[in-house]
Structures are given as structure tokens and as C-alpha cells.
Design a protein around this ligand. Sequence first.
Ligand code: MG
Length: 302
Amino acid sequence: MEQSFLAYLKGRTRSLLQVDVGIGDDAAVIRSPAWPLVACTDQIIDGVDFAFDEHDLADVGYKAMAINLSDIAAMGAVATSALVTLTLPKQNATKVAGEVYEGIIEAAKQYDVAIAGGDLSTYDGPLAISITVLGHVAEGQPWLRSGALEGDVVLASGSFGGSILGRHLRPTPRLELAAAIGKLATVHAAIDVSDGLSLDLDRMCASSGYGVELDVDAIPVHPDAIKLSAKTGREPFQHAWSDGEDFELLLSVSPEDAERLLAADLPAPLTAIGKIVGRTGLWRKHEGKFLRLSPQGYLHGE
Ligand SMILES: [Mg+2]
């Protein structure tokens, strides 16, 4: 199927300026307008990360691209191009590839990412989609998890919880927001929320060697978390705290930069949810005492 499908793909994927040589040669030739180059990859597999029989394959393709773009946003980078590898079940391979690609192409168009190449193979096994996204940092340094400083304010984009009701299939990678923030502030540390607000926040703090004192009441709870709580009987806050797949950004910035960002007109809302403190872990102050909160979320492979 490879040759004819590649011909179809070549027609479907736009050529963008950032790619000199795309699909059709031994390797892609990609132009990076700036350094450093930033790269990430993520694979999703039927039966592990999605269910072939339940989910629209275009949605699954869209998600596979969007979760990578979210990682690029979390580095404060601009996404340029993507390499896409599909491992397809033998049955209806071309049809399945076409459906998955519809979502991949949709996300690529939306975020100006060129599909520069990839691979297709068929086998007797479940569908797996692996996407590698390349990007670059336009100005300043890439945002790492490890750079938070004591006294920083922790900002969160958007709101959290209940993504399983549908948002998880069509997440909004915060590329536009990251670009706007990069122009206004120096981000000390950042992470995107894939596995749970509290778990990913804990990861950023642990990488930095600090902890966070949270203003728990300030954490923005998504309306989906409230809807879901009616079904699960759990508090909406619990869903916001641990559900994951929100693909929002958590950022650690100086109090001055936090003030500037909170006053700015940005492509997505930001909320101050806590401050970086010397003691490691997640904390809340309650009646003058510090209470330790336990991070919860999705742990891979457990
Ligand atoms: Mg990430």
C-alpha cells in the first residue's frame, strides 16, 4: 500500500516553507529559522491509549498530533514539522491510514506544522501511531521543568478536570499562548498537564528542587469536572486535581512577570495558583498550618 498511499499523502499535505524536501526522498530536509532545535515524540497504541472500536480514528490522529504540540508549547517553542509513523493492522490498512491522517492533517494545518515524512507498515497487531514533532525556540531559552525559583508565582492556563467527557480527544495545544508569554516574560520553568494537574505540578517542582504552596481555591475547575462529578460522586476539585489530559500549561515566573502576564490580553486565560517555596512537595496553608497534599494522576505502565 505504501507507494500509492504516499502519492495520496503528498497531494494532501501542503508544502510549507520550513520544509525544503518533504515526502518522497530518503529523508526530509527541514529548515530551522532559529536554534535551538526542540524535538519530542509520542506513540499511542490501540488498547492502551485509545480504543479502535470506540473512537473516531480522525480524532485519534488529531490527538496524536496535538499531544506532541502541547509538549512543544511547554518548552516555549514554535512547532515546525512532524514525522508520522503508522503501524497498521493488516485489515483495511489503507482505509484506516486515511482516516487517521485526516485528523493528523487537520491538526497540522491548524498549527502550521508541515508533515515532512514518516513511515507506514502493516502487521498482524493493533494500530499504533507515533509522531515526532520538531520545532525551535524563537527567542530566549527553552522552558525546562527544572528552573523554578523560590518566591516564583505558579500560573496555570485554562481550567482542569473532566477531559474524558470529550476534550481529551481534541485538546488545544497552547502554542499561541506560549508564544505570547515568551514575548512578555521570562519563564523559569514550565510543564504541560498530561497526567494530572497535581502530578505534573509535582514533577515540575521536584525537577526544580522546590515545592509549592497552593491557593487551592484558586485552581480553575472546568465545567466538565462539575458534570463528571455528578456521575462519579467525587468532588469537582478532585477531578481537576487528578484527571489529566487537560494539556494546559503550568508556568513558574517571578512575581513581577506574573503581574504583567495576569494583566495582559492573552490567547488563553492564566490564573495564579500558588508560589514556589523551599520545602519540597505540594502544600496548602490551613488555619495557620501547612498541610501536605498528595499528587494524584495517571502513572504510565502501572
Ligand atoms: Mg509533557
